[in-house]
Design a protein around this ligand. Structure first.
Ligand code: HEM
Ligand SMILES: *[C@@H]1O[C@H](CO)[C@@H](O)[C@H](O)[C@H]1NC(C)=O
Ligand SMILES: *[C@@H]1O[C@H](CO)[C@@H](O)[C@H](O)[C@H]1NC(C)=O
Length: 316
């Protein structure tokens, strides 16, 4: 990165961060010391009933932070003629909102009006990673909840069809680096994807290829049988990786083998810097975990809200 670009992205990070509020590790020490353990218990209970909960919570936090900062805008319901983020087009598979509602209720019972929904979501995402075998970390706290959520703004999320320059732009606009991009994409070690998110790679890919040539051929054949051109079953799709219930570095190994689902995953090989990080994370779980934690804290520090919501689905 040139000095100028570095300077600009630092300035941007600074301006994004300064819209919100500064975070600290001991923010609730006096006002709600049990907030994190209450959330952790709620997430754990939900996970014991439904193994898809961790992936959902991690993705919710990511979507939250990428639009208007981590301000729980992703949790707001549509109201009147305002369609909220959760009803925007990339909402497919956003779920487990009830876990955040349950956690909020339990936290409110202990310290009403103190802990923001945005913080609860950040705790829950951290707990989700840990419960599935990943690393854990101290979450900086003190986010505030926002009062605006617009379906039209979900266009600002990166799309699975994005190439490396589009990904780079999307992340750098939020003060996140190419290393953050590679590390955070590792979230795709968890969860499920619908055919609609990778279908373009399987049928009429471009003028010379029916199937994306970067896909491993037998993997492509398997995906085609799950997502046929005609009569695709409703809600068809596949797990992100064969160990999609475990937070590990399989995701990076799959990219190298041409077995990642999205063009945006495969794109990480198309730039020398991101490519070498993919290889590093594929071989060193420690390196991946360390980078992931650092990047989650960085992504989680993009703030933007104003209040502590009473109900995570509606503004005060
Ligand atoms: C780099 C840009 C990214 C793109 C283009 C992207 C795109 C997607 C898409 C298309 C899906 C599947 C939706 C579906 O078809 O159901 C998905 C799922 C998921 N994403 Fe991402 N994502 C990105 C970054 C991230 C980040 C930074 C995280 C978290 C750190 C993340 C975590 C997840 C998880 C956990 C799922 C599975 C959700 C579930 O099973 O409920 N993604 N992503
Ligand atoms: C996703 O958005 C559509 C409208 O665009 C809405 O009908 C649907 O209920 C939303 N799904 C979720 C899980 O919120
Ligand atoms: C990425 O996609 C954009 C938009 O389609 C295009 O303008 C750009 O040239 C592409 N960049 C690369 C590196 O392929």
């Amino acid at each position: 990165m040139s000095i100028m670009a570095e300077f600009l992205s630092l300035m941007l990070m600074f301006s994004v961060a300064s819209i919100g509020n500064s975070l600290s590790l001991n923010y609730y020490e006096k006002t709600c010391p049990d907030a994190e353990s209450i959330v952790a218990k709620t997430v754990k209970d939900a996970f014991s009933n439904d193994k898809t909960v961790p992936a959902a919570l991690l993705r919710l936090h990511f979507h939250d932070c990428f639009i208007r900062g981590c301000d729980a805008s992703v949790l707001l319901n549509s109201r009147g003629n305002n369609k909220a983020e959760k009803d925007g087009p990339p909402n497919v598979s956003l779920h487990a909102f009830y876990v955040i509602d349950d956690a909020k209720k339990a936290v409110e019972a202990s310290c009403p009006g103190v802990v923001s929904c945005a913080d609860i979501l950040a705790f829950a995402a951290r707990d989700a990673v840990y419960l599935t075998g990943g690393p854990t970390w101290d979450v900086p706290k003190g986010r505030k909840d926002g009062r605006t959520s617009k379906a039209s703004e979900t266009i600002q999320l990166p799309a699975p069809t994005f190439n490396i320059s589009q990904l780079k732009q999307s992340f750098s606009q939020r003060g996140l680096s190419m290393k953050d991009l590679v590390a955070l994409s590792g979230g795709h070690t968890l969860g499920f994807s619908h055919c609609s998110s990778f279908r373009k790679r399987l049928h009429n890919f471009d003028s010379t290829h029916d199937v994306d040539p970067t896909l491993n051929p037998s993997f492509a054949a398997k995906l085609k049988s799950i997502c046929p051109l005609k009569n695709q079953p409703k809600n068809a799709g596949t797990t992100m990786d064969p160990s999609a219930a475990t937070f590990d570095s399989t995701y990076y190994k799959l990219i190298i083998q041409g077995k990642s689902l999205f063009s945006s995953d495969q794109a990480l090989l198309s730039n020398p810097q991101t490519k070498s990080l993919v290889y590093e994370f594929a071989t060193s779980r420690e390196a991946f975990y360390k980078a992931f934690v650092k990047s989650m804290i960085k992504m989680g520090s993009i703030t933007g809200g104003q209040e502590v919501r009473k109900d995570c689905r509606v503004v005060n």
